[in-house]
Design a protein around this ligand. Structure first.
Ligand SMILES: Nc1ncnc2c1ncn2[C@@H]1O[C@H](COP(=O)(O)OP(=O)(O)O)[C@@H](O)[C@H]1O
Ligand SMILES: [Mg+2]
Length: 261
């Protein structure tokens, strides 16, 4: 049985697709059979980050009942397989995302990990992706708006029965005044699976003639190394995620967020 993990954030642009693609490859390097699904059916871009262009059959066709799921699975880098979403807006409007859970369950026996790249917000297709997963991994930036949105998404995921296992902090600049790892763990009441730095190499992946995820192109850059550690933490092979230590100030901030529930 696969571990089905939704990679979600609430806020857009936190790095969900980047983390999904690179984490998938890092898990494959740990000899895991990995399938990535672009569950962001409106703003599909997982296949672009993976450097794959041509995908005639997509998740849209499967959710529309017009194609078999196995015909929408493609080979990505380093043995990772993936299901892209379509780029057509017309098809997106007709897609029934509630079918996603059924699609995922057909593939459960074939993989060790199925990672869902979830859209931002809490629209219907986000709820469908969270419902289709057993576990959710949050991605946030170390900023208050991103953390507040992550908290909302965490609550929604839990209500839908997905176990929120932890948070990845992305775009870490280690600047003075930046919200710390420990404070984010406290605010979200989640273990921190990784602290991925802002790394120019991540953006450069798009500037090459042939686009490839940063972990393929630059496995030794700081972002790639941290994502590799996250994969080890998820598989339980190495170092536990960092747990929160409570501090007075952030208990107060947390109680502020909690009033929004
Ligand atoms: N750690 C990072 N350092 C630098 N740029 C990053 C990092 N993570 C993501 N990015 C860049 O930020 C942008 C948004 O990332 P993306 O993964 O598409 O976010 P989301 O899927 O949450 O909308 C992309 O251009 C990506 O290359
Ligand atoms: Mg995305």
């Amino acid at each position: 049985m696969a571990r089905v993990i939704a990679v979600a954030s609430g806020k857009g642009g936190t790095g969900k697709t980047t983390i999904t693609a690179n984490l998938g490859i890092a898990l494959a390097r740990l000899k895991q059979k990995v399938l990535l699904i672009d569950a962001d059916v409106a703003m599909a871009n997982l296949s672009l980050i993976l450097g794959m262009q041509s995908s005639p059959i997509t998740l849209h066709d499967v959710l529309l009942g017009e194609a078999q799921v196995h015909d929408a699975i493609y080979d990505g880098p380093e043995g990772v397989r993936f299901i892209p979403s379509g780029l057509s807006l017309d098809n997106y409007k007709r897609v029934d995302s509630e079918r996603l859970a059924g699609v995922v369950s057909q593939l459960n026996d074939e993989y060790d990990f199925i990672l869902l790249d979830v859209a931002a917000g809490i629209e219907k297709n986000v709820l469908s992706a969270l419902s289709a997963s057993q576990e959710t991994l949050m991605v946030t930036m170390p900023t208050s708006p991103a953390i507040a949105d992550a908290l909302k998404t965490k609550i929604v995921a839990q209500r839908l029965g997905s176990k929120v296992i932890g948070v990845v902090i992305n775009f870490v600049m280690s600047e003075k005044g930046e919200i710390s790892k420990n404070d984010i763990a406290n605010m979200l009441e989640l273990p921190v699976y990784g602290n991925v730095p802002y790394d120019p190499e991540v953006r450069k992946s798009f500037m090459q003639e042939k686009v490839a995820p940063v972990i393929v192109r630059k496995p030794d850059c700081p972002a790639s190394e941290e994502i590799t550690r996250i994969a080890s933490r998820i598989t339980g092979l190495k170092s536990e995620p960092v747990k929160a230590k409570k501090s007075g100030f952030f208990e107060q901030l947390l109680s502020l967020f909690k009033k929004k529930k």
